[in-house]
Design a binder for this molecule. Structure first.
Ligand code: ATP
Length: 285
């Protein structure tokens, strides 16, 4: 970790997070001791197989469920154990949540622009230009007076992103933001998230099944499996342990992050018996 990383306190900090669902007398451990620290301005992609615990982690971060154990701090607010009133304050200012079903973020009979203005708390009313927010997500002017029920799925997704970033939250949590989209629509959404990150400094934590989305976002990729963080690939790289025979074990997690055909480079890791694997870029020899 660099000196700068040490100097800036994390915007999201999770310690020993455990989430147990009680189901007909049976306990399901969805999260089994998750520790996570996210710096301001980072884009984090949460990846992993179905049932890994990704949505549960996002829900706990969003304050939508109280964890069975552990601590969660977001933008200086202690979320665990908060009462609903204080959580609403946090969600209305420092934290924004983009649900998987974005229709829940929007009112269908209001226009695109009205949906943006609607979410503004009193302190922000009139102080932000809705068009500036719509510019960031890339919705053209002619679509802004249209009711949301008549626009395409991709524009609806962009409207929902605009509505969530309109209050200038420190942290945006997004559950599968591109899941119902394809091709250029996916790119429109990743571009919108990247612009929010660059222009507003929004820290983004997004659950995604799509590693191409993680790559397009140039995200720190965190792989979750069986309720634990298995891999944390900062800056598109990951540290792997070399076996005694000098080979590198290609586990499912590594394959998940670097699917067959992905060009990678290797360099020695922090410890003598580790290597850092990272996606090769155009500049790599
Ligand atoms: N409300 C619930 N009640 C009981 N068990 C649940 C509940 N929600 C999730 N689980 C269980 O917790 C574990 C983690 O689920 P979670 O939805 O967080 O995983 P996920 O990685 O988001 O999966 P997916 O990619 O399929 O959405 C799974 O075993 C799941 O069956």
């Amino acid at each position: 970790m660099s000196v700068t990383d040490d100097a800036i306190p994390p915007i999201v900090s999770v310690e020993g997070l455990v989430q147990i669902y009680r189901l007909e007398g049976q306990d399901v451990a969805a999260l089994s001791g998750v520790n996570l620290s996210v710096q301001p301005g980072e884009i984090v992609a949460l990846v992993g197989p179905s049932g890994a615990g990704k949505s549960t982690l996002l829900s706990v971060l969003a304050g939508l469920m109280t964890p069975s154990a552990g601590r969660v701090r977001i933008a200086g607010h202690e979320l665990s154990g908060n009462d609903v009133g204080r959580l609403d304050d946090v969600r209305g200012s420092d934290l924004a949540v983009l649900l998987q079903d974005v229709s829940k973020n929007l009112l269908p009979y209001l226009t695109v622009r009205q949906n943006i203005e609607l979410g503004w708390p009193k302190r922000l009313a009139g102080t932000i230009d809705a068009d500036a927010v719509l510019d960031i997500v890339g919705i053209p002017s002619e679509l802004r007076p249209q009711p949301v029920h008549g626009i395409s799925a991709a524009t609806r997704q962009l409207t929902a992103i605009a509505a969530t970033i309109a209050t200038n939250p420190s942290v945006l949590l997004a559950d599968e933001p591109t899941s119902s989209l394809a091709g250029v629509e996916v790119q429109a959404v990743t571009d919108a998230i990247l612009r929010a990150n660059k222009e507003l400094g929004t820290t983004v934590i997004a659950v995604t099944h799509d590693l191409d989305v993680a790559t397009a976002l140039d995200a720190r990729v965190i792989t979750i499996r069986d309720g634990r963080i298995r891999m944390d690939a900062r800056g598109g790289s990951t540290q792997v342990l070399i076996r005694d025979d000098g080979s590198i074990p290609l586990t499912d997690d590594i394959f998940g992050q670097f699917p067959a055909g992905t060009p990678v480079t290797l360099r020695p890791g922090d410890d003598a018996d580790t290597f850092v694997v990272r996606r090769a870029t155009g500049g790599d020899a």
